[in-house]
Design a protein around this ligand. Structure first.
Ligand SMILES: C[S@@+](CC[C@H](N)C(=O)[O-])C[C@H]1O[C@@H](n2cnc3c(N)ncnc32)[C@H](O)[C@@H]1O
Length: 315
């Protein structure tokens, strides 16, 4: 399979915002080359296990490289990406040169391109994600280590949407639950669910690459080898009754599964939805109400939201 690569030359301070714009536009992942990497390296608590030799030697500014499936026609989406990047100046961000270039890449190039920028991600006191190829010593006895090789699948833990979802899972799970993980990607949420005490976990993804990646990652984490991973479109045809349903997919896709989520959730169950960019929050809240869900908690990081919701029960 071929991938299209979009490179945005920008400033270090706009890296996160530009990455969010590219992810929102449908990128499957981003790699970042930032002149600030070496500076951050010095202060990064995980710094000592990064390989200094692999660091970018970019002299100034930053480059955000996003990977889009070839099914997305880039000339159609580049103008709106350009506009959104330019709008960042209205938030006082320096966007640097903000030039955008597109090119084609082979899958294998992308599969390894981001690896050198990927290092352990400390999600919370209890959860840390560690690249499968790195050694890591936990900082405290409560820390669970999720080993991942996401390959081509989404879910390294570095994206705010994954981090928010993991934190929402952590406040929700108590032990013994049945969990449905919709859009599992790398499988990271399923593995975390097992560490947080879930009993039966079912992971679904539409994309065969993600299904295979999730299966490989379950095998890397002995606690998660009994997670059932399969290809499925959202919750179509799923007849399980779950205590927790978790889905980190974009807002417009989440809306499509709300009816099925209601059907598959036990009366006292919890639905965790994430991947919701700020602009989409009002629409999601409206749709949740239509499907008889009530909001329990909102989590926010940067422009992204995760929402914990419950079924609205008759009095
Ligand atoms: C943003 S990623 C989330 C990955 C991971 N769960 C995480 O939180 O990091 C969304 C995933 O949803 C999958 N997806 C998109 N549409 C889907 C659908 N209709 N049914 C099942 N999975 C879908 C994508 O293939 C992708 O792996």
């Amino acid at each position: 399979m071929k991938w299209n690569q979009l490179s945005v030359i920008t400033s270090s301070e706009a890296v996160e915002a530009v990455s969010s714009i590219l992810m929102e536009a449908g990128a499957n992942g981003v790699a970042i080359e930032d002149s600030m990497d070496l500076v951050n390296f010095e202060s990064d608590p995980f710094g000592e296990i990064l390989d200094k030799e692999t660091f970018s030697h970019r002299k100034e500014g930053a480059e955000v490289i996003a990977y889009f499936p070839e099914t997305l026609f880039l000339p159609e989406i580049i103008p709106s990406i350009q506009l959104k990047v330019e709008e960042l100046t209205t938030f006082g961000l320096d966007i640097g040169k903000h030039s955008i270039t597109a090119s084609e890449v082979e899958e294998s190039d992308w599969a390894t391109a981001w690896k050198k920028y990927y290092h352990p991600v400390n999600i919370s006191r209890y959860l840390t994600i560690v690249p499968e190829w790195q050694d890591y010593t936990p900082n405290n006895p409560d820390e669970h280590i999720i080993y991942l090789d996401p390959g081509m699948a989404f879910g390294t833990g570095t994206h705010p949407t994954t981090r928010l979802t993991l934190q929402a899972l952590e406040v929700t799970l108590r032990g013994g639950e049945t969990v449905l993980d919709v859009g599992t990607g790398s499988g990271v949420l399923s593995i975390a669910s097992k560490f947080l005490g879930a009993k039966d976990v079912y992971a679904y993804d539409l994309d065969e690459v993600a299904v295979n990646s999730a299966k490989e990652n379950m095998a890397l984490n002995p606690i998660a080898t009994d997670v059932h991973v399969s290809a499925n479109d959202l919750l179509n045809g799923v007849d399980k009754k779950a205590d927790v349903i978790v889905a980190n997919i974009l807002a417009d896709i989440i809306v499509l599964m709300l009816k099925d989520a209601h059907r598959c959730l036990k009366d006292d169950g919890t639905l965790i939805i994430s991947g919701i960019i700020e602009d989409k929050v009002p629409m999601i809240l409206e749709e949740l109400e239509k499907e008889s869900f009530v909001v329990d908690q909102l989590f926010k990081q940067k422009d992204w939201y995760a929402i914990i919701v419950k079924k609205q029960l008759e009095d």
